[in-house]
Design a protein around this ligand. Structure first.
Ligand SMILES: Cc1cc2nc3c(=O)[nH]c(=O)nc-3n(C[C@H](O)[C@H](O)[C@H](O)COP(=O)(O)OP(=O)(O)OC[C@H]3O[C@@H](n4cnc5c(N)ncnc54)[C@H](O)[C@@H]3O)c2cc1C
Length: 426
């Protein structure tokens, strides 16, 4: 067992990485620049935690495996667990998706509640230390290996450092300073604008409503999710051309312009419990560390620091959980000088589908700028028809739900029996 791993950043990616490292290192130190709250509260370093966060089945599965019993613990705190297919009323392609059992287990809750639960669990581990209000200023490189970190609180030695600083990651800039090759950064201008607000929750509302945009005609998207404390979070999302709601009245008016009025009907007479919060995502980006020929040993990167996806599909936390599993596999083989090569290659393989699927949707809107994924026309037409006809076919919907929840790859939708169902459907 190696001596010490340092994780920089105590958000979802950092907490999951720390949980993995706790099985492979005598000591794990998490360094976080924010002052961490004692309970499930918003904090400055995660401005997006006030926006709606859906945990997909894959993320839910991995988190429950890493933190046994956490699902029950969260339900006891007011979260709602269940099958996503039963919980969600999902309007898309001119109708509602079948509301049926899909086998995709999720948990509905606020982002701070989830993060707090993971943090509390880690604090109970003897070999994990969380040091907040500690900003990392510089990595120490010696003989091609990262040997430690300079922080606002002093220098700490480590056998492995994992950067999980999200878009604030300093690794690309540090590579430049050390004269290492720089990673290619793929960026796509998406200009997505989020607004969320917490409302009181009617006693009979215990699920999720999702009203998809209809590209390219209507770029407005809306979601309502039940969360703990008899509350629900209402989120609307638009693109460049869409206004951002400035107050509750304009938020309600916005939900009237969605493809279906169900969200408007749900919140029309309800009172907000807070103010509107906004989040603008000008671009999504993928840092291609997997293409590098040289990279310091003893350093890895995980989460949004590698790839920030358009969150409209809710894949960020689950993608971080999948990357944490890759980290586990790599550490199980023993930390080596070239561990980074295997790690970044495997992470890139699992990011390819979520990246392409979200971009395929983004590029339906005129304002999107960058490199569109190359999807053969025939495949594109097949997926467009699948999306339309699954509203009448639960078998197709169940297969689709397993892809959306990152449980299966998109190629699983190209099985002969599914192709047959899509082709023969009117
Ligand atoms: C509007 C919006 C909605 C989203 N909705 C969903 C959703 O529905 N479902 C989903 O799964 N995902 C969603 N996501 C994505 C999700 O929030 C992220 O993927 C997830 O938080 C993982 O990010 P991360 O831990 O890699 O980085 P971040 O969450 O960005 O965390 C970075 C951490 O590093 C710390 N830090 C930064 N610099 C330093 C430093 N120098 N020293 C020490 N600490 C530092 C920060 O304070 C922070 O704690 C959404 C994102 C956005 C923006």
């Amino acid at each position: 067992m190696k001596e010490r791993a340092i994780i920089v950043g105590a958000s979802m990616a950092g907490l999951l990485a720390a949980r993995i490292c706790a099985d492979h290192f005598k000591e794990v130190v998490i360094l976080e620049k924010d002052e961490l709250p004692i309970g499930p509260q918003h904090r400055k370093g995660i401005p997006q935690d006030q926006q709606l966060h859906l945990l997909l089945a894959k993320g839910n599965q991995i988190i429950n495996r890493l933190f046994p019993g956490i699902g029950e613990e969260l339900v006891a705190q007011g979260a709602i667990a269940g099958d996503l297919g039963l919980l969600m009323q999902w309007y898309s392609d001119g109708g509602f998706r079948p509301q049926c059992l899909t086998g995709q287990q999720t948990i509905l809750l606020s982002r701070p509640l989830l993060e707090n639960a993971l943090r509390q669990r880690l604090m109970q581990k003897n070999n994990v230390l969380i040091k907040d209000q500690t900003r990392v200023s510089r990595w120490q490189l010696k003989g091609g290996k990262i040997t430690g970190i300079h922080t606002s609180e002093g220098y700490i030695e480590a056998d492995l450092c994992v950067d999980t600083c999200g878009i604030a990651s300093s690794v690309p800039a540090a590579l430049d300073t050390w004269n290492y090759p720089l990673p290619r950064v793929e960026q796509v201008q998406v200009n997505v604008k989020y607004t969320s607000c917490i409302f009181e929750r009617p006693a009979d509302f215990k699920g999720l409503i999702n009203i998809n945009s209809d590209a390219p005609r209507n770029s407005k998207h809306g979601t309502v999710q039940a969360i703990e404390g008899n509350k629900m979070i209402v989120m609307v999302q638009g693109r460049e051309q869409d206004d951002v709601p400035a107050d509750i009245a304009s938020l309600k008016a916005y939900t009237k312009q969605l493809e279906h009025p169900l969200i408007y009907q749900t919140i029309e007479h309800l009172n907000p419990l807070g103010t509107l919060t906004h989040y603008h995502i000008p671009k999504v980006r993928w840092v291609h560390f997997e293409e590098l020929s040289r990279f310091p040993a003893g350093l890895l990167v995980l989460g949004d620091a590698i790839c920030r996806l358009n969150p409209v599909y809710g894949q960020g936390m689950s993608s971080a959980a999948l990357q944490a599993e890759v980290l586990n596999q790599v550490l199980q083989k023993g930390l080596r000088e070239d561990s980074w090569k295997i790690y970044f290659k495997q992470v890139a393989q699992l990011l390819k589908s979520p990246w392409e699927v979200t971009l395929a949707e983004d590029f339906k809107f005129a304002g999107t700028q960058g490199q569109a994924p190359k999807i053969p026309k025939l495949v594109e037409r097949y997926f467009a028809k699948l999306s339309r006809v699954m509203n009448q076919d639960p078998v197709l919907f169940v297969a689709f739900a397993s892809v959306v929840n990152l449980m299966k790859p998109p190629t699983s939708l190209l099985r002969p029996n599914l192709i047959w169902r899509v082709l023969r459907a009117k």
